[in-house]
Design a protein around this ligand. Structure first.
Ligand SMILES: [Zn+2]
Length: 387
């Protein structure tokens, strides 16, 4: 079936000037053409604005924004986790998020959900998944982690994730906010462990992401050849130089600490987590904007699933890229589509002939108000309307 959409303004997910009054034609799940609209031309549907489906480079499908995250994660049964991941996959795609990268799950849940989405059994975005996070013994995220304590164990852990169907890997380079006792500023996996694990991932064609908040851990990951640094909140000038020299992506997850701090008054989050979120948020506001201005590649990713940070609210991350980092709406959309898509490597995020027909219809130009991205009129994934 061929579908023709007429758009008042069209953004392709790059930094190119938007085009006005165009017709987008797609069939067999792919874009056929994007051409100037002609008088009296027929179309199936019209929208004021069309943009690519959103790409969230950092999610946890089995987590649903629970206030006491570690507690919820530790108590959930395998069945609970599957049910949550299925529900969150559906919520994501309905909200216009058509590609995600799951950076840490238990029991291969994200791989199973990805397979079910791919065979059409359940609705959801395209999913790349890391499987279990690779951390030191007792390291950040150990409750969804494969704990390793030597370079060879790091290599073996990568091979295990590959066997379990992972399409990327995630290393824990520093402590984190949501694990009790893990200090975000402290390095965790050693440079040797990181380098070995990253090398192993690359030997098998997998991209490697590192959870890294503290300065030393960020540099350890970048020097080890990491493809993306997740959070990166305590980066310094030397780290900025390492990012630029390596071409690594920074996925700042601005919503993660922001959502936590917006909900402190409810009193449901552990005090230790709130205290860490406060420290990290202060660093984030200063350092991530600096990295952006210095030309570090920023890819959109929200850490959806962390406290009050819902899978269906990814548009809030894009809004924060505008308000906290000073991006223009078009730059923020680019980070959350073209750049994040390039990082994940599933061939999505940009709309041009031959690319997947993942797109959103909006009722106005989002450049007027970026929050328009939060409420798409319609979502197409692979050319099919998401109900
Ligand atoms: Zn995460």
């Amino acid at each position: 079936m061929r579908t023709v959409i007429r758009a008042g303004i069209f953004y392709d997910g790059t930094l190119a000037e938007p085009k006005r009054d165009v017709v987008i034609t797609f069939a067999e799940g792919k874009i056929e053409s994007i051409t100037a609209a002609s008088e009296g031309g027929a179309y199936d549907r019209a929208a004021a604005c069309v943009v690519p489906g959103l790409v969230n480079a950092h999610v946890h499908l089995e987590a649903s924004g629970e206030a006491a995250s570690q507690d919820a994660w530790s108590k959930a049964t395998p069945n609970d986790r599957v049910i949550a991941a299925v529900a969150n996959a559906r919520k994501s795609v309905r909200a216009g998020v058509t590609t995600v990268r799951d950076l840490g799950c238990s029991g291969g849940v994200a791989q199973s959900v990805a397979a079910a989405v791919n065979r059409g059994a359940i609705p959801g975005p395209r999913i790349s998944t890391a499987g279990a996070v690779i951390c030191m013994t007792g390291g950040h995220g150990w409750f969804i982690g494969r704990q390793v304590d030597s370079p060879w164990e790091a290599r073996k852990a990568v091979r295990e994730q590959l066997l379990a169907g992972a399409t990327c890997v995630k290393f824990i380079a520093t402590g984190g906010v949501l694990t009790q006792g893990a200090v975000p500023g402290n390095a965790q996996l050693t440079p040797d462990e990181l380098s070995a694990g990253i090398d192993e991932a690359h030997r098998h064609g997998l991209r490697a992401a590192a959870h890294a908040i503290g300065t030393l851990g960020i540099k350890n990951a970048l020097r080890g050849g990491i493809d993306s640094v997740e959070h990166g909140h305590m980066l310094d000038d030397e780290a900025i130089e390492l990012f630029k020299a390596s071409g690594s992506y920074l996925v700042p997850t601005l919503t993660a600490p922001t959502c936590m701090l917006e909900h402190v008054a409810e009193g449901l989050q552990p005090a230790w987590a709130v205290a860490k979120a406060q420290t990290v948020a202060e660093e984030m506001r200063v350092n991530i904007a600096r990295a952006y201005r210095a030309g570090v590649k920023i890819a959109g990713g929200s850490d959806a699933g962390t406290p009050y940070n819902l899978h269906e609210n990814y548009a809030y991350e894009i809004e924060l890229m505008q308000t906290l980092l000073g991006m223009t709406p078009r730059e923020a959309l680019h980070a959350a589509t073209g750049v994040a898509g390039e990082l994940i490597g599933l061939g999505t995020g940009i709309l041009s002939p031959g690319m997947p027909a993942d797109l959103l219809l909006l009722d106005d130009d989002f450049a007027k108000d970026i929050r328009i991205l939060a409420k798409p009129l319609a979502v197409y994934k692979a050319g099919t309307l998401v109900d």
